[in-house]
Every structure is written in C-alpha cells, then in structure tokens.
Write a protein that binds this ligand. Structure first.
Ligand code: ACO
Length: 356
C-alpha cells in the first residue's frame, strides 16, 4: 500500500530534507549552523515570518503568550491527568481558540512548552508552576518542570533539541497540519491534527520506546543477543530507519553532540551512555546484514531519548517535548499553506466490489 513515497505534495520555502546526502536546511541555513548555535526563538522567528511579530518583539510576546497559556492549565483536572501526556496535551490544546491570526499563532507556539511541564507535575501530584516571561523559552520550560533555575548547559541542550526538531519537510504531522490548514479550519485545528499524527510510534512516539528497549537490553554485553532476537521476531528497532534518509539522519548527529556537551558537564548517566553506544553499534551492524538493500541508520529519536532523559523529562513526555519544538514548523507550514496553497484534496483509486 502506498505511503506516498517521493510524491511532491507541496512547495515550501521552510525546510529541505536531502535524504541521499543527509542534509537538512531550514530557511536557508544548514542544521549544523543552527543547532547548538542559536536558540529556538530565533528559529521560530526564521520560520514564522509574517505570521509572527517582528523579531525584536517576539521574545517578549512569546513570554506573554506563555502566561496566557498557563491560565489555561486551570482546565487540568483529574480526567486530563489520567490521560497519557500526549493525550493530555492534545486535550488542553483543543481548548485554545481557533483562528488564523498572530495572537493565535503565538499562543499555540508557546502552549506546548507550558502544558507539558504542567502535565508532568500534575501526574506527580504537584502543582503546575507559572512561567517567567523574562527567561528564554527553553529555560522557562525547564524551570516550569523542575521548579528551579536551570543550569546554562541544560538550557543549551534543550535549545539544541527544540531547534533540531523545529521543522523537517513534509513529515507526517506537518502534512496533517497542512491538510487541515488548507480547509481554513484555523491554526489550532491544524496543530491538533499534527499532534495526533506525531503521537504514533512510527513518528514522534518512538523516543519513549527507545528507552524501553535500552531497559530491556539491560547491559552492553547483552546488546548483540537481544537485538538479534528482536530482529528474528520481526520487530522494528526504535530509533533506527527513516523514510527519507538513506544515510545518517543529520539530526541524530546534532543531538549526539549536544549529549556529549551535556555529558562533559556531568549531567549524563555514564552507564546509560555506554549501554546506548553498545545498542547503536550492534543495531547498525545487524541491520546491515538483515536488510542489505535498505540502509537503516540511527534516526533523531535515538538521541532524543537520551538527551531528554538527561534533562529530567520522563519518557512518557518525550512526544510532548517534540511537539514543543515542532510546533514552530507546523505553524509555519499552516501559514504557508493558507497564504499560497489550495484545498488539499487528492484522489483515491477504487478497488472495491463493482456495483450490481
Ligand atoms: N528496525 C528493523 N527493521 C526496520 C526498521 C527498524 N527500525 N525500519 C525499517 N525496517 C525494515 C522494515 O521492516 C522493512 O522490511 P521488509 O521490507 O522486510 O518488510 C524495510 O526495513 C523497509 O521499511 P519500511 O516500513 O518500508 O520503511 P518506512 O520508510 O515506511 O519506515 C520508519 C520508516 C517508520 C521510520 C521505520 O524505519 C521504523 O518503523 N522505524 C522505527 C520507529 C522509529 O524510529 N520512528 C521514528 C522515525 S523519526 C521521526 O519520525 C521523527
């Protein structure tokens, strides 16, 4: 059944994914020139263009939008806390007003970074903490999670992550956002569709299961056998493979470098890192033998799992943190679709029974 491989479904000036050469370009900048070098607000500004306020005002307005989003955590009740964090995020986002205006875009850009820490704390029986608009977006997200001022190294690592996942061509969630935006339903509806698509384990739901896999492997010396058995059972190894990349996912390298910097600051569990290195080594070696015609490499989710765990996010929140970064791309694509696109309405070929 078709997965629309190689179908060009939109023209975009937002990002280019070159799967053969392992390159990602965002608004004319190579990922390596953005990740670890600039913060998420700057990339939001690059992607957001005319949809958002001028860059000089953006930080202040984003801080105010975090405060507006925090007011919405009043809806966080036992029912929402009982959901998974991604479902809770979707429920809180669904309460935001729909529109195609700048205020809606800002609120949506800010909200996941406020709702995810609030949901994590609520699930732990702790009160949600209000944002501090004077902080950078990444610093504020960590402060709302941990209740203390974050270390500069942790802020830099989270910024690297948010920038790295900010946009990535016509991935499944972005495509979903563009389809909904093309109906003129509004930015909130587009972002909700995107969160739904992101949730799946074949897309943004993979990093939590990466840690489950590492836990199941247990220790570096067991990696080879565990992976061999999983592949024999026909299982997919989480954090490996990609629809577009035929070489290494450049985002994996950006996050691996961020993890190394965080490790140098003493913030990464060395045993976890040694286990992950063994699993990656074995997985790549065995996938090469098992699937010689299909180059399967480490994808962004493998190092996402390690980085977000080191920053203190629980694994069930990883997809929500992904949404906090990718929302910049969803909004930019929704805006681009509205500005220059038409209703997206492809055809299907009927292969069912003939009418009598
Ligand atoms: N482990 C083992 N085998 C794999 C893996 C994997 N991670 N990925 C692909 N394969 C195999 C498939 O079983 C298939 O084998 P077959 O032809 O014998 O059936 C072959 O490689 C081709 O796979 P496809 O399903 O055609 O690849 P597709 O482009 O549809 O899938 C995907 C890409 C979904 C990412 C896949 O590689 C996968 O399931 N990976 C694991 C989940 C994951 O890491 N998801 C995060 C992706 S990154 C992101 O979305 C942000």
């Amino acid at each position: 059944m078709s997965g629309l491989d190689d179908v060009i479904a939109a023209e975009t000036s937002l990002s280019e994914v070159d799967g053969l050469n392992g390159r990602l370009v965002i608004c004319g900048y190579r990922l390596e020139d953005l990740a670890g070098r600039t913060d998420w607000e700057n990339v939001l500004n690059l992607l957001g263009g005319r949809m958002l306020p001028e860059s000089a005002a953006l930080r202040e307005r984003l801080g105010m939008a975090r405060q507006r989003a925090f007011a919405e955590t009043r809806w966080l009740d036992d029912g929402i806390a009982a959901l998974s964090i991604t479902e809770g995020l979707r429920a809180l986002m669904a309460r935001l007003p729909d529109g195609e205006d700048q205020e809606t875009a800002l609120l949506l850009a800010a909200a996941p970074s406020v709702f995810v820490p609030a949901l994590i704390r609520c699930k732990r029986g702790m009160a949600a903490l209000p944002p501090d608009p004077a902080l950078t977006h990444a610093a504020d997200m960590l402060a709302m999670l941990h209740g203390r001022a974050p270390r500069a190294e942790a802020v830099a690592a989270l910024d690297t992550y948010l920038v790295t996942v900010s946009d990535h061509g016509l991935n499944a969630s972005t495509f979903a956002a563009r389809v909904v935006a093309s109906t003129r339903a509004g930015y909130t509806s587009a972002v909700l569709a995107a969160i739904g698509a992101l949730k799946g384990p074949l897309h943004g739901g993979a990093p939590g299961p990466v840690l489950d896999m590492l836990d199941a492997v247990g220790s570096p010396e067991k990696a080879g056998r565990w992976i061999g058995e999983a592949l024999t059972r026909g299982e997919r190894l989480m954090g490996f493979g990609h629809r577009i990349y035929r070489v290494r996912d450049p985002r994996a390298d950006a996050l691996k470098a961020a993890l190394a910097r965080l490790g140098a600051a003493g913030d990464v569990d060395r045993e976890r890192l040694a286990l992950a290195e063994a699993v990656e080594r074995e997985a790549l070696a065995q996938l090469k033998v098992k699937k010689p015609d299909r180059p399967l490499q480490t994808n962004v989710e493998f190092f996402t799992a390690l980085l977000l765990e080191a920053l203190g996010f629980p694994r069930e929140a990883f997809t929500g943190v992904f949404a906090a970064g990718r929302v910049s791309g969803w909004l930019a694509h929704a805006h681009e679709q509205i500005e220059g696109g038409r209703l997206i309405r492809p055809q299907s070929r009927y292969v069912g029974p003939k009418a009598a």
